[in-house]
Write a protein that binds this ligand. Sequence first.
Ligand code: NAD
Length: 404
Amino acid sequence: MKISMQSGQLVVPDSVDIPFIEGDGTGPDIWSASRVVFDAAVKKAFGGRKKVNWVELLAGEKAVANGKELLPSETLEQIKSHFVAIKGPLTTPVGTGFRSINVTLRQELDLYACVRPVKWFKGVPAPVKSPQDVNIVIFRENTEDVYAGLEWQSGSEKAQKLVSFLNGELGCKLASDAAIGIKPMTKRNSQRLVRAALKYAVANKRRSVTLVHKGNIMKYTEGAFKDWGYSVATSEFGGEIVTESAVVASGASSAGKILINDRIADNMFQQMLLRPSEYDVIATPNLNGDYLSDAAAAQVGGLGIAPGGNINYETGFAVFEATHGSAPKYAGQDKVNPGSVILSGAMLFEYLGWSSVAKLIESAMEEAIVSKKVTYDFHRQIEGATLLKCSEFAGEIANNVEKS
Ligand code: NAD
């Protein structure tokens, strides 16, 4: 049965249909491995009382091989009618004029919050001394900023028109061959993203929400993001938050409240490395969030275990996916780490309110890594580790689930 929505809440039937997109490149290997873990965890958590019926949707190379478009409209319609989906990575075709299936999917479904939790799992080899200090959740704005796709090639007719308009009407001094990109950011979209981060922080009893921006340079876009963010925090969450400036200026107590502060993006990259334990939930525009989430994932051991969810909290639509791409050079080798999609599945179950499934998946994966039974990416960094294939690593996790 399909998920439905009543009074703004998702209603999840015990036998639930969940769509998946296998993905391109390494996607099929990763998906089939992940599914074994998901089914084992649902069975363990509910002993057969609840189950998932996986529904395949086509996108990317598999859709084209089946005579369809890269992102068929029925795939979008199916996601809407099921509310959620999980997907493997999709290759972005180069030079075809199609920007990115992933970006299109997020924009078509208006999945405005890209939520990326980043924390260290015991046993994962990491490049920093104290990876256990990282436990953050990044809320990245997903629909606008420089990802809106408004850019024009140097010397093109449209770029030249814009240059002459900007120079003639607005007093700019642009070179005639300038390439032009536009960075739209709106109050509505910035505020709904910050609101989602704040609601998450309240619901999950997190300590702080940090607005990460580059407002010192881009005052009317990134600077406005910060101002709009503070304004949502104070006007809608006044009783639950305290601003860092109030704590510093008037000694306001932050006890029992969520601390709201902001950091300039370049400083934030240093802070993540030098004082990660001071940060908790982060809300940030699209491009900052893209950079920051990859850097933070690397800090705790890399892309092989970096999950994500693209969510619209009002419509309920959500698509969960790995942070990494389709790594085509490893396609069909049953080699890469399925951990990112497995953890994205844990996020999906958490989103559906099946938290016990999510917890089982996370602890069974940690157990596999602690016992040093890992895929190639971790194997080469852990002394004395046993090298497992993608499917074997998933099998190990599923075994851990069953015996837990
Ligand atoms: P990529 O993430 O696919 O691969 C880069 C490198 O990361 C790989 O060579 C590998 O060393 C490592 N890596 C990736 N996945 C891994 C895994 N599961 N386990 C272990 N190591 C892993 O990045 P790319 O090569 O720049 O992109 C390939 C394609 O994927 C492009 O077409 C790109 O547009 C697309 N892409 C898709 C998504 C998505 O579906 N959301 C995200 C990023 C990139």
